[in-house]
Design a protein around this ligand. Sequence first.
Ligand SMILES: NC(=O)c1ccc[n+]([C@@H]2O[C@H](COP(=O)([O-])OP(=O)(O)OC[C@H]3O[C@@H](n4cnc5c(N)ncnc54)[C@H](OP(=O)(O)O)[C@@H]3O)[C@@H](O)[C@H]2O)c1
Length: 227
Amino acid sequence: MKTLLARIFGKKTPMTNLTIIGNGNMARGIATRALAGGLTVEILGQDATKAKELAAELGTGVTFGTTADAPQGAIVVLAVPFDAAKSVVSTYGQALTGKTIVDITNPVNFETFDSLVVEPGTSAAEEIARLAPTGANVVKAFNTTFAGTLVAGESGGQPLDVFIAGDNADATAAVSSLVSAGGMRPLVVGPLKRSRELEGFQFVLMTMQANTEFADFNWDTGLLVTK
Ligand SMILES: NC(=O)c1ccc[n+]([C@@H]2O[C@H](COP(=O)([O-])OP(=O)(O)OC[C@H]3O[C@@H](n4cnc5c(N)ncnc54)[C@H](OP(=O)(O)O)[C@@H]3O)[C@@H](O)[C@H]2O)c1
């Protein structure tokens, strides 16, 4: 494992492998899996107290700060709502140069719960990529894994599948390695524009959690590819 991490993050183990922006449910879930894989995690929240509380809950290997701080991780996960993700990327600007930015957002119209807020022919990930500085690579991942299943590390007794889309092979490989280290299966499905389908499909899965026809589904299902 140490060799694998050294290959991804450089020969010297950096202070922080992974920065997570946000301190909510997905921050907890992704941090839990990363820590299980031996990575170090930085939590940056808009509220220092909340970031500190999550860091304390997660335990050793976790530092914290606020979104006024430059992210230290080679991989930066945007564990915030879509509008906030755009704002965070714009505000950080050049501080994200050279980073792999992971967009996990599901740009659902929560007023109607009947559509996405992005236009057909694009995706949240592509919108975020347009705002990222040159030299940063945006990767879509984790948008189909519910937060509780990430904490548990499984759904229905199965390891989680994590769908990954991106245009830069090194960046998708880095996210794949993070996913593998955390005990999940990385599935690199294609270029960043595949995010359109990943976001659309997850919207369907979200409506199923809220649909009383599927009484057993309670934001705890997993999307698993079998053969
Ligand atoms: N929940 C899931 O199962 C799931 C699954 C897949 C993808 N996602 C996606 O993951 C993202 C996060 O979801 P979540 O469930 O973790 O939400 P959450 O529990 O509500 O947490 C959202 C986090 O975003 C922070 N935030 C909001 N605006 C911000 C800003 N401008 N700058 C910095 N931080 C900001 C909040 O900070 P405060 O606490 O200070 O308000 C909070 O820490 C969303 O895009 C969602 O679509 C969620």
